[in-house]
Design a protein around this ligand. Structure first.
Ligand code: ATP
Ligand code: RIB
Length: 304
C-alpha cells in the first residue's frame, strides 16, 4: 500500500509551435483542460500500476476540485483524506507544450499551500499501514517534513521527488530513503548550480544520508546511484507528444513496483517503460498507463 501526500491541480494546457521567450507572445494551435498536480499524477500512476493508494491533499469547493476527486476515484485512489478547503481555489497549472513535446509550467498553488501537518495526522493510520510514502514539493515544506518524519518513525520507505526545485534542509533529506530528482533538481539540491555532472551530484546526496538516488534524464533514461555504484536504466525510443507528467509516471510506477516487492533496478526499468508510454499521450493524469499496458509494451519492445 502507498500513501501520497501532495498536490492536485487543474492543468490548462496550450500547444504551441515553440515556447515563447521572455517578452514574446505566441499563438496556441490548441487548448486542453486536463487533470494534474504532481501528487495526484503520481497517485494515479501508482494505482493504475496495481498498488492500493491513499491520497492526502486539499482541493477547493470549485468544479476543478470535484473533477480531481472523481479522477482519483476512477483510478481507484482512495480520497478519504482529500479535504475540501473553503478558503481558496483548487491549484492550477498554466502549461505550454511545444512541437517536440517539451513544456514550461507555472503553478498557482491555491489550497495546496494550505496542506498542514494536521492533514497528515488525520491520515496517520493509513500512512502507518503503508509500505511507501510518496512525497513531492508542491505542498508546504513543513508538511512534507512532518509526513516524512512520521513515516520514518514507523519504518516506512520514504520516496521524495524534489520537484519543483527548491533548497531542502538536511533535516528533511535525512528522512528520505529514495530521492528521485531530474538533472536540474539534483544540481539545485547540491547547491552545485548548473552546469554540473548530475551523476556526481547524485553521489554527493547519497553520501549525505539518502540511501539511493534515482536520477531521471528524460529521453536518456535514468541512473540509479547508491552504495553499489551506478546503474544505467535506458529509456525506450519513442516519439514524444507531451512529456508533461513523465517524471510523475516514472515516480508513481517506481513506487508501485517497489510496493509489489521488486528490486530497485527492476522497478526503475518498469518505470522507464511506463514513462515512455506516458509521453505518447497528451496531458498528465490521462497519460498514465495501466500495469497491463506497461507489461504489454515491455513484452512487445523488450526489456530496457
Ligand atoms: P516532467 O517534468 O516533464 O514531468 P521530469 O523532468 O521530472 O519530467 P524526465 O527526466 O524528463 O523527468 O523524465 C522522467 C522519465 O520519463 C525518464 O527517466 C524516462 O524514463 C522517461 N522519459 C522522459 N522523456 C522521454 C522520452 N522523450 N522518451 C522516452 N522516455 C522518456
Ligand atoms: O509534473 C507535471 C505536473 O506539474 C502537472 O500536472 C502540473 O499540474 C504541475 O504540477
Amino acid at each position: 500500500m502507498i500513501a501520497v501526500v501532495g498536490s492536485l491541480n487543474l492543468d490548462l494546457i496550450a500547444r504551441v509551435a515553440r515556447l515563447p521567450v521572455p517578452g514574446e507572445t505566441v499563438s496556441a494551435s490548441s487548448y486542453l483542460q486536463s487533470l494534474g498536480g504532481k501528487g495526484a499524477n503520481q497517485a494515479v500512476a501508482a494505482a493504475r500500476a496495481g498498488s492500493a493508494v491513499h491520497f492526502i491533499g486539499r482541493v477547493g469547493t470549485d468544479p476543478a476540485g470535484a473533477a480531481l476527486r472523481v479522477s482519483l476515484s476512477e483510478s481507484s485512489v482512495d480520497t478519504t483524506f482529500v479535504t475540501q478547503d473553503h478558503e481558496g481555489s483548487t491549484g492550477t497549472a498554466l502549461i505550454a507544450v511545444d512541437n517536440r513535446g517539451d513544456n514550461t509550467i507555472i503553478v498557482v498553488p491555491g489550497v495546496n499551500a494550505h496542506l498542514q501537518p494536521s492533514d497528515v495526522d488525520a491520515a496517520r493510520d493509513v500512512i502507518e499501514q503503508s509500505s511507501i510514502l510518496l512525497l513531492q514539493l508542491e505542498v508546504p515544506l513543513e508538511t512534507v517534513r512532518y509526513a516524512a518524519g512520521l513515516a520514518q518513525r514507523s519504518g516506512i520507505t520514504v520516496i521524495l521527488n524534489p520537484s519543483p526545485s527548491q533548497e531542502l534542509p538536511a533535516s528533511l533529506l535525512d528522512l528520505v530513503d529514495i530521492l528521485v530528482p531530474n538533472e536540474e533538481e539534483v544540481a539545485y539540491l547540491t547547491g552545485m548550480g548548473s552546469p554540473v555532472d548530475p551523476i556526481s551530484a547524485a553521489g554527493m546526496l547519497c553520501s549525505n544520508g539518502v540511501e539511493a538516488v534515482v536520477l531521471t534524464l528524460g529521453s536518456q533514461g535514468a541512473t540509479i546511484v547508491n552504495g553499489n555504484g551506478e546503474t544505467d536504466i535506458p529509456a525506450y525510443a519513442v516519439e514524444p507528444v507531451d512529456t508533461t507528467g513523465a517524471g510523475d509516471a516514472f515516480v508513481g510506477n517506481l513506487a508501485a513496483a517497489l510496493d509489489a516487492g521488486q528490486s530497485l533496478e527492476d522497478s526503475a526499468r518498469f518505470a522507464s517503460a511506463a514513462a515512455a508510454l506516458s509521453v505518447q499521450v497528451p496531458g498528465a493524469q490521462p497519460s498514465m498507463p495501466t500495469k497491463e499496458e506497461t507489461d504489454a509494451f515491455i513484452a512487445r519492445t523488450g526489456a530496457s
